[in-house]
Design a protein around this ligand. Structure first.
Ligand SMILES: [Zn+2]
Length: 336
């Protein structure tokens, strides 16, 4: 069974000869950029550079999937947010367009043609053509909750969730078509599956906020986007996993703040689990033995796709990601 097929089978908790090694978020490190000879910020701004760096996820690290949207700002740049695309050792950052949730920020009719969207769409097509038989090509979209953070600012959205909940629901409804349109364009470009990142995390909001603002929205995204979706939420999500499993989404990409065994119990039998390996303790600071022990823990907990919990820190050594992948493959475990 090819890496691509193992990854896609495991997204559904399906049968495969082994568990998968992969990630819904960036696996780029500074030493991986040096290995490939492609660097930030060019890899955010040029489709060929983006595709070459993303391909290293499979060709150098050996992961079962590739994912070229390394930054969180692509579609927000296309909506009109000012974005600083960063530098070799620094991820991009952007600025909100307005602090006032009463502003109906216009959604440009041609936002998919803006470089923020057009470049990753071209990179996905290149990856599909070059690696599409061997590795799963995973795209990434942001859900309307995170898009609202980007457009209006995090504090303003969180305040509105308490003070103006009906207005915030209108804002989320207005932004929802952005997620759907970018997702469908990525599928048309060759994405086999999509990361849906929507940062309704415990540090910032309650589980009831997830239930009241996002459960139905995520279920609707699942219904309207015709490929497997991997929901990514950083931080401790143990208090909202019981809601997430009701969305019908195929897979949840979880943070090491949720112990793997607890995540498995809370996710139930049908929601696949990806990630859960600490980016600081294991991927950046760990040695080979620690990485291998972490993989054994994930295997015994029943994690379907093993890999880092979120975007890997740029100063991590990529050999730890390769070690993780080799441990997953050599284990031969977890198949069913
Ligand atoms: Zn994250």
């Amino acid at each position: 069974m090819l890496a691509r097929d193992i990854f896609l089978a495991k997204l559904h908790r399906g049968a495969a000869p082994r568990v998968s090694a992969g990630s819904a978020t960036s696996v780029v490190t500074t030493d991986l950029m040096q290995e490939v000879g492609v660097f930030f910020p060019e890899a955010h701004l040029d489709a060929e550079a983006m595709a070459r760096l993303a391909a290293a996820g499979h060709e150098v690290l050996g992961f079962d999937n590739v994912m070229p949207l390394f930054s969180v700002w692509h579609e927000s740049a296309a909506l009109g947010c000012q974005v600083d695309w960063g530098e070799r050792g620094r991820m991009p950052d952007g600025r909100a367009m307005t602090a006032n949730l009463a502003d109906d920020v216009p959604i440009p009719a041609n936002f998919l043609e803006h470089p923020g969207c057009a470049i990753p769409l071209r990179a996905l097509a290149l990856l599909k053509r070059r690696l599409g038989k061997d590795a799963a090509v995973v795209g990434k979209v942001f859900g309307p909750w995170t898009l609202a953070y980007h457009v209006y600012g995090v504090e303003n959205v969180l305040l509105a969730s308490v003070l103006e909940p009906e207005r915030l629901k209108q804002v989320i409804r207005r932004l929802l078509p952005v997620t759907v349109a970018f997702a469908r364009a990525q599928i048309d470009s060759g994405a086999d599956a999509l990361t849906l990142a929507d940062h309704c995390t415990r540090d910032l909001c309650s589980p009831e906020t997830y239930r009241d603002f996002l459960l139905d929205i995520h279920a609707e995204l699942h219904a309207r986007i015709a490929c497997p979706l991997i929901l990514h939420i950083c931080g401790d999500t143990s208090d909202r996993l019981s809601y997430i499993r009701k969305t019908g989404l195929e897979c949840f990409h979880f943070d090491s703040k949720v112990p793997a065994a607890a995540a498995r119990t809370l996710a139930g039998d049908s929601l696949a689990l990806m990630g859960g390996t600490s980016n600081i303790a294991v991927i950046r600071n760990g040695d080979e033995a620690l990485v291998q022990a972490d993989v054994r823990g994930k295997l015994s907990a029943g994690i379907d796709i093993i890999g880092p919990e979120c975007a890997v820190l740029l100063d991590a050594p990529y050999r730890n990601l390769r070690t993780l992948r080799d441990a997953v493959v050599q284990s031969g475990g977890g198949g069913r």
